[in-house]
Design a protein around this ligand. Structure first.
Ligand code: ASP
Length: 419
């Protein structure tokens, strides 16, 4: 599957959906086609990717750890975490500066609150336990199989981590065989993924058609401004912040990087899921960007769930936008707190479509901003989700480049494969 086919699919799906929306948005046949054809095809594509995620995530992480020695693992983990925290802070700051300067939520109709109440969101989801103890406890699952079945990615990562470390420390023949089995699971899953990716243009076209054929209506001026601010922030972080990081930390030409990362970026855009894009990101890192496997498997697997710069930026902008919309004043200290929470939320939000929404509802509740405000943005969430996921995945690849460069400069590090 070539990137050109994917771009054609993107354009055909989007434009035909827009045309149908403009000419016959309310027709029964349109609803039928969207519900029974394009949505089904799009969802099948996403499910085929999802079904491969648990074996892939687990085997890739175990292999990633088992191929490093423990000294490297500590350094790699520490570097990845430090990178994630610093770059997430930059991402949220970009969003908060833009939303404060451009004020997309200012000047809203005072009746807006009533309209939000009528928009379908009834109540905020149950807030999760946000105490330090609660967060730490929730990271370690009680049951590894249940964590996998429930899509608890952080749980799977923790189990894979423990398992991988134990595998490197178990020096028996059987343990080496098990390592071979893990490698086998990884290889077979990747073969499946290559097969699924052949279907990607059809899946992508169908997903985009479903979305654009449905979206319609005259959106509020503020919501359009908000969407513009989110997109601007994501684009700035992607092309300016990442280019600087790639040049200074990764010592890589940003144009070469973006050219190589294209396939992963388009897959992220069309699936709106970092986790579903993980297989493609791993392929791209290895074949296009030539990042050493030990580093890319580790950074990308952990990053798909934890390094979500787009999500952190989006959550910050959304919280402040809704505060502006409802006239809730947030002082500098409170905005700093929003930033802190969004950095943590970016780390804790799952890499699946719309995973940000319950997290935002929780943050809104914390700052006494009406959570019904989410009703305004839901109509646009798919587009924003696709865009923020693209930044999330690009950010993981940038992280892998930067961390690999750091590892390469370590005298004891495994030698990277090229440059
Ligand atoms: N869809 C995003 C991702 O998978 C998560 C989110 O922000 O909703 O990366």
């Amino acid at each position: 599957m070539k990137p050109r086919q994917m771009i054609i699919a993107l354009l055909v799906g989007t434009l035909s959906g827009l045309l149908v929306n403009a000419l016959a948005a309310d027709a029964a046949w349109v609803t039928w086609v969207v519900n029974n054809v394009s949505t089904v095809i799009g969802q099948l594509f996403i499910r085929l990717l999802f079904v491969l995620v648990v074996p892939l995530l687990f085997s890739a992480l175990v292999m990633g750890i088992a191929e490093l020695d423990l000294k490297d693992l500590g350094k790699l983990g520490g570097r990845t975490l430090a990178y994630t925290v610093v770059v997430s802070i930059i991402a949220v700051s970009v969003g908060l500066v833009l939303v404060n300067v451009l004020q997309p939520g200012a000047g809203a109709d005072p009746n807006i609150r009533t309209m939000a109440g009528a928009s379908g969101i009834k109540a905020a989801p149950q807030p999760m336990d946000t105490s330090a103890a609660g967060v730490i406890l929730s990271m370690v699952p009680e049951n590894a199989v249940k964590a996998a079945a429930n899509g608890d990615m952080i749980g799977i990562i923790v189990v894979a981590f423990i398992f991988g470390i134990a595998l490197t420390r178990t020096r028996t023949a059987a343990a080496r065989q098990l390592q071979g089995v893990m490698e086998g699971i990884y290889d077979v899953t990747m073969t499946c993924i290559n097969g699924v990716m052949r279907l990607a243009p059809i899946g992508v076209g169908a997903l985009l058609f479903s979305m654009t054929a449905r979206v319609g209506g005259g959106p509020l001026k503020q919501v359009v401004a908000y969407v513009g601010v989110v997109m601007l922030g994501l684009a700035f972080h992607c092309f300016v912040v990442y280019s600087i990081l790639l040049r200074t930390v990764g010592r890589t030409n940003p144009i070469t990087f973006f050219r190589g990362a294209r396939l992963a970026m388009i897959t992220a855009f069309s699936t709106a899921s970092s986790t579903a894009t993980l297989p493609t990101a791993l392929l791209v890192a290895e074949h296009q960007l030539k990042i050493p496997r030990g580093v890319s498997r580790f950074v990308l697997t952990v990053g798909a769930t934890m390094n979500q710069n787009g999500t952190a930026l989006f959550e910050g902008v959304t919280v402040l936008f809704l505060a502006q919309l409802y006239g809730v004043q947030l002082a500098f200290g409170q905005q700093a707190l929003v930033m802190f929470i969004c950095v943590l939320a970016g780390i804790g939000t799952a890499g699946v479509p719309a995973a940000s929404l319950p997290v935002i509802a929780m943050i809104l509740g914390m700052f006494k901003i009406p959570p019904e405000g989410l009703g305004f943005i839901l109509g646009f969430d798919r587009l924003l989700d696709m865009s923020r996921t693209t930044l999330n995945v690009t950010g993981d690849l940038v992280a892998a480049v930067c961390v690999a460069r750091g590892a390469q400069e370590e005298p004891s590090a495994p030698a990277p494969r090229d440059d």
